[in-house]
Every structure is written in C-alpha cells, then in structure tokens.
Design a binder for this molecule. Structure first.
Ligand SMILES: Nc1ncnc2c1ncn2[C@@H]1O[C@H](COP(=O)(O)OP(=O)(O)OP(=O)(O)O)[C@@H](O)[C@H]1O
Length: 490
C-alpha cells in the first residue's frame, strides 16, 4: 500500500499538468479561431449540435407539406382549418384580415403567420406547431408552405394513430358547418388560387326553370353526394360532370351558384383560356380541394376544345410562332382536348373526391364531339328561354305576387316569343314596387320583341330563299338540338 502511494503523482504535479493542458487547449482554440473562417465555424457548430440533438433529443417532428404525391395534401388542409381553433394564450402573433364587404363590422378572420408557435394539448401530451414558409425565387412558382409538429418521441405513435384522425374529423365538422362559401380564381402571375367570399343569392327555389328539371337536378346531386360507397365499389372516381348549354341570360351561372349553395361546396372558377398548357392544367386542377365545384365557363371559346381547333395552329403558323421555344405565356399552346379529357374521364380524373365539374357554353354545337360522348359529361342540361312556369317564379321573386289577370296574356306571349329569364327579370325589376305597371311593361316589351322577330323572320326567309336558289336547294338543315330541352344521361 505504501509503495502504491509512493507511485501516485503528487498534488503539485497534477496541478501543473492541468495548467499546461488548459494552456494548450486555449492555444489551439485561438489558433482555430484565427485560421477557420466564421461561416465554417458556424457550419461545424450547427452540424455538431444537430448530431447531438439527433441522438440525444427526446423530440420528434412531423412535417406536412402542401402537396402530397402530385395532388393537394388533405392533411395540410385539415391542419389549416384546425389550427386557428387552437390559438391560445401562448400564441404571440396572428394574421388578421377580412374580405367580407357585406359585414364590415364583423370580427376579422384569423390566420397563422409563419414561424408562429401554436401549442395544443391532446390526451395529456403537449404538441407544438409552427408554419414555415419558404419564399420562391421564381414568380411563377408558389411559395413552399409546411407545417411542423413537434412532440415527444414516445408520443409519436399516439399522434399518428389518434391525433391526426382527430384533426381530420374536427376540420370536417368545421367545414360542413361553414356558413360562408368561397369562390376561387386562378392567378396565373402568382401561380395560385385566390379566394373571395361567395355570397350569391341564387337558390333552386328562386330559379326560373321547369319544376321537373329542377327536381331532377336536385335528386341527381343528392344521389351523387350520398353514393361514396357506390363509386368505390364500382371503381369509379367520385365525381360528376354537368354541361349547361343555352343562350346567354338563361341562368347557367345562376344554376351553378344554386348548386354551390345547395351542396355547400366552394367554387373554383377557372378561366380556361389563360391556362398555358396541359402540364399547367394538371398543376392547377390538382391544387383544388375535395367537396368543390370546378367551373369552366364558355368552354366553346377555347379554340383547342372547339371543333375548330385547327384554327389556332394556322393562326400561329401565319404569325411565324411555330418552332419558337421562348414563347411567353400569352401565346403558349394552351390546353389540348386530350389534356382536358384526361381530367374528365382519364387517369387523372380519380385525383380527389366529391368533385363536381361544370362546363357552360352558349354554343354546344361548337364543341368537339369527343367532349360530348357518353361518359364524358354525365348530365347535359339545356337552359332554355323563359316558359310560363319560369315567368311565374320570377313574378313571385321580383314582385311578390303569385297570380294576376295579366298572367294569361303574358303566358300567351312567352309561348311565342323567345325571351330569356334575364330579360324578363330585368323588365320586372324596373317597377318592382308597382306590380301592375311592371306586368304592363313586360307585355309591351314582349310585343315589341314579337314584332321585331316577325320582321327578322321575313328577312331571314328571303335570304334563305336566295341562298337556296344559289345552291339549287340541295342543303339540309341540321337539327337544332338546343331547342329540344333534353337531358342526356350516361
Ligand atoms: N333561370 C333563371 N332564374 C332566375 N333568374 C335568372 C334566370 N336566368 C337568368 N336570370 C337572371 O339574369 C341574370 C343573368 O343570368 P345568368 O348570368 O345566370 O345567365 P347565363 O346563362 O349564365 O348568361 P351568360 O351565358 O351570358 O353567362 C341573373 O343574375 C339572374 O338575375
């Protein structure tokens, strides 16, 4: 024992060794500080602390991106709806705003700003949320948004199995109770859908249409909404396509609004002509959410979808544009028919659930037959000129009357004059506080129209006669489908 004690270094030796080691460490640190540039030092520090936290930290982070496998991420959407309900005392900043011009005094809406922490509690565990926004360097690529959820590693299983389903369920309840609908329009410059509050007064009850047609559409919508299992069982995408056709002012847009209000669905109003190409269309449509209506108005105005789609190519060839690769968006090739069909009944049609697609056109005959084939648009609805039933509905809406001695003469005129519900509504509105005067005004309007149509018919008959004489009377007239008022079901 004594010899062992003798071999141990003395206290002064230990202190001397410690002093020289400390001096050496300080010297090395000073040399490293001098020699290694600051950014490199920061990089080494971060790597080192990441390494330590990776192995020693007890936290786990879930990252939720806006898109998932090329389509809109429904988990992201659920989080976006759910999180504002969890704003509490620990939240230190918020985004506030309002776009409801009808209720300027109502409290503003809340949104979560980037880098703001939201603390939530679920079954005794604490969860910390943050929204991260990475600004895009290119104007046509949207900013990248991600939600980060941090919890204890041991709670990870519970969060995945119970907390996320809880979020999805809560978001669904909130959305189904949502009082206000949104209408979205696509901003090509910012490559994103932008929303506004959708407050259209049109309801099925106020629409001037034949009662059977109205009932048919409502039944069809009810059937669609309630048939999730059916669509799954038969292996079809849970979507329904409507083609609304008829002259301007017959209520196509009003019917779309009535459908949105009936189903409580948001509307995505896509200006089709501004879509650059098929890839652009794919990106735009996969950024829409479920339980929504995609509306493409005046589909015949897109040259590539109409029968006359060779025209665009010819025009561009004339302008010497073919072959140029640096085309700006204004003269991009546009969406092809096959690109559109791919979304209606092709492989991409199965992206998303509970979707309604509505096309409107004033000229169904101009559409490419491929778009009209059975199975493409499920229901074709003809929006026709005003009928006596339609007139009565408008009289109730605008004048608050159900019957009048002038209804008979008006019915007789409406049966022979092609007048749109928009024109009738306009006439009734002029003197809506004096029903008698309004009805007389309508009669005068209809009579003037009748006389004018009479003159036009005589002129047209004369022109047609001249034309027939020129062509030896060989021409056959195509049936005017728009007057049949049929609904085609596939
Ligand atoms: N069937 C209808 N029932 C009730 N109101 C109607 C009807 N049709 C038209 N109106 C009235 O006329 C206005 C214009 O109608 P709307 O925009 O719905 O017609 P449209 O067929 O979509 O016309 P366009 O083809 O020019 O877009 C509406 O705001 C509404 O007040």
């Amino acid at each position: 024992m004594a010899s062992l004690l003798k071999e141990l270094p003395s206290m002064s030796t230990i202190l001397a060794a410690y002093a020289s080691l400390s001096a050496m460490a300080m010297l090395i640190r000073t040399i490293l500080n001098e020699m290694i540039p600051k950014p490199m030092q920061r990089f080494i520090n971060t790597k080192f602390s990441n390494l330590v936290s990776k192995y020693l930290s007890s936290n786990f982070t879930f990252i939720i991106e806006e898109r998932w496998q090329a389509v809109y991420n429904e988990t992201f959407r659920a989080v976006e709806v759910y999180l504002p309900t969890r704003i509490g005392p620990s939240t230190d900043k918020l985004l506030l705003g309002s776009n409801d011009i009808n209720n300027p005094t109502s409290p503003p809406k809340r949104k979560i700003p980037s880098d703001c922490k939201i603390i939530d509690e679920f079954e005794g565990i604490t969860l910390e949320w943050t929204l991260h926004v990475k600004e895009s360097e290119k104007y046509y690529i949207p900013d990248k948004k991600t939600y980060h959820l941090t919890c204890k590693k041991r709670a990870r299983e519970l969060v995945e199995q119970k907390y996320f389903p809880h979020i999805a369920k809560t978001a669904q309840t909130i959305l189904s109770k949502r009082e206000k609908l949104n209408i979205y329009t696509y901003n090509q410059d910012r490559s994103r859908w932008e929303s506004a509050v959708f407050k259209h007064p049109a309801r099925f009850e106020t629409l001037a249409m034949e009662l059977e047609l109205k009932q048919f559409i409502m039944d069809d919508l009810d059937l669609f909404v309630g048939r999730k299992d059916f669509f799954e069982n038969v292996g079809r995408a849970w979507k329904r396509g409507y083609l609304l056709f008829g002259p301007p002012g017959t209520g196509k847009s009003s019917l779309v609004a009535a459908i949105a209000n009936y189903l409580n669905y948001n509307v995505y109003d896509l200006e089709f002509q501004s879509v650059r190409n098929d890839a652009d269309l794919r990106r735009i449509l996969t950024s829409t959410t479920n339980r929504s209506i995609l509306l493409i108005e005046d589909i015949d105005c897109s040259t590539k979808i109409s029968k006359d789609r060779g025209k665009l190519k010819n025009d561009r060839e004339k302008e010497g544009e073919v072959g140029r690769t640096d085309r700006p968006s204004a003269i991009d090739p546009g969406v092809t028919l096959s690109g559109l069909l791919n979304f209606i009944d092709g492989l991409w049609s199965s992206c998303g659930n509970e979707r309604i697609i509505i096309f409107t056109t004033n000229h169904k005959e101009k559409l490419d037959p491929a778009l009209l084939r059975p199975g493409r648009m499920d229901v074709h609805i003809h929006m026709g000129y005003c009928t006596p039933t339609g007139f009565r509905k408008l009289a109730t809406t605008y004048l608050g009357i159900k019957d009048d001695k002038l209804f008979g003469p008006i019915d007789d005129l409406i049966k022979v004059v092609e007048v749109t519900p928009a024109e009738v509504a306009q006439q009734l509105m002029i003197k809506s506080d004096d029903p008698e005067a309004a009805l007389h005004g309508l009669i005068t309007y209809l009579n003037t129209k009748k006389d004018k149509v009479g003159e036009d018919v005589i002129q047209q008959e004369e022109e047609a006669k001249d034309e027939n004489d020129k062509n030896d009377g060989n021409q056959t007239k195509e049936p005017d489908e728009s007057k049949t008022g049929c609904i085609y079901l596939s």
